[in-house]
Ligand binder design. Structure first.
Ligand code: UD1
Length: 378
């Protein structure tokens, strides 16, 4: 029967890609009778990727280790492309899968095109319609959509974006976002923080504000504004404690650390592993973030999310009333967060559990659609 196995090559390399591909990988692994799954990681993120691989107990078959300190877009694009070439030659997959909008994902779609291998795009169809915002993600996902054969759209709005781009309807599958599969899997379990500082912050009795910021559009001045807003919030609200999860990127740290280091009730922490991070979100009162994934996770946990960006490709959370776009203006952030801290009706309106991004079964739908496409369904 080995000859009849469908061969799937899953490619990812950053923290968010790994979190969102892990449920798909694990779902395929339930069907060893039908599929041979090969995992290739680019290693675009070294430490942050390895954390997620460990959390989901996934062992990559190939690791391209492309990360460099202060890597340029062109450098990592070409290293990933050259690295994937021999892997595709060797594996000879029936289909290559990648998720989202990172450079790893775009390169995976390009590499599969060069090898005339089918490409499946997980989390397809997100758009801001602004070429440079987010940069380079908006173009990464548009270019990927041009090269993809199967499009797994998380929501109907994402499907509509793909239809508008001319993607045939029978190539689009609305599946929900796999980030919710991963989240529900992890959030249901009890957890005690091993990190003493986190345990202390979480049990301080204060309102915990969780902050993350890493986006290229926010590098420099906007990120400094975010830091100043965080300081102001802490000074104005004695019942608030901040946990700021620092991205590994040195360009991000150079701004944040000097602004916020050793400030009272502000904890700058290394990016926690995925499992503690989920429990940190669960323990928080309010989330300030420019991350895409956190915008999806917050609503599912019933946490208000203030989005530190001027655009979002994830309008569903805003429409559901769980998220608000506040940008990076210091005053605006202080004002919007202040409202939620002081006015319980404002807070309650945003702090309701909603699942605009998925029901936890996205990976099952994706795997089913792929089996169906290749006629492998029994
Ligand atoms: C990347 C993605 C972005 C995604 C983000 C999530 C691209 C172009 N950007 O941005 O879409 O939202 O990941 O985190 O694909 N670094 C480490 N260790 C790590 C990870 C990063 O040291 O584990 C440092 C390196 O110095 C690296 C830098 O961070 O040069 C930036 O990483 P890079 O992948 O270029 O961009 P991100 O900002 O992480």
């Amino acid at each position: 029967m080995a000859g009849h196995h469908l061969k799937v090559l899953a490619v990812f390399g950053t923290r968010p890609d790994a979190i969102k591909m892990a449920p798909v990988v694990l779902e395929f692994m339930k069907h060893p009778d039908k599929v041979r799954l090969v995992v290739a990681v680019t290693g675009q993120h070294r430490e942050m990727l390895d954390q997620v691989l460990a959390a989901f107990e996934i062992k990559p078959d190939y690791d391209l280790a492309i990360m460099r300190d202060r890597q340029s877009l062109a450098g990592m694009t070409s290293r990933a492309l050259e690295g994937l070439d021999p892997v595709i030659d060797e594996v000879k997959p029936d289909i290559l899968l990648a998720q989202g909008d990172t450079t790893t994902t775009f390169v995976a779609s390009l590499a599969s095109f060069y090898h005339k291998v089918a490409f499946g795009h997980v989390e397809a169809g997100l758009r801001t319609d602004n070429k440079y915002n987010p940069f380079p993600e908006e173009m990464n996902r548009r270019l990927t959509a041009v090269l993809a054969d199967l499009h797994f759209a998380p929501t109907t709005a994402a499907k509509d974006n793909l239809l508008a781009q001319g993607v045939p309807a029978d190539r689009i599958f609305v599946t929900g976002n796999t980030v919710i599969d991963a989240l529900l899997h992890v959030a249901a379990k009890d957890y005690v923080f091993e990190d003493e500082r986190l345990q202390k912050a979480v049990s301080s009795g204060r309102k915990l504000i969780l902050v993350t910021s890493h986006r290229r559009e926010n590098w420099g001045e906007p990120m400094r504004e975010i830091c100043k807003a965080v300081k102001e919030l802490v000074l104005a609200h004695p019942d608030v404690e901040v946990v700021f999860s620092l991205h590994k990127n040195p360009i991000v740290r150079e701004v944040i650390v000097p602004e916020l280091d050793s400030f009272e009730r502000i904890n700058l922490i290394e990016p926690p592993d995925y499992v503690p991070f989920v429990h940190l979100m669960k323990a928080s009162h309010l989330i300030l973030t420019d991350s895409g994934g956190v915008q999806e996770e917050g609503p599912a946990l019933g946490k208000p999310v203030l989005v530190l960006r001027t655009t979002t490709e994830r309008p569903e959370g805003v429409e559901a009333g769980n998220a608000k776009l506040v940008g990076t203006d210091r005053q605006k952030i202080v004002q919007e967060a202040g409202k939620l801290l002081l006015d319980s009706s404002e807070y309650d309106a945003m702090a309701k559990v909603a699942n605009p991004y998925g029901d936890g079964f996205a990976s099952e739908r994706i795997v089913d659609a792929i089996f169906n496409h290749f006629g492998g369904k029994e």
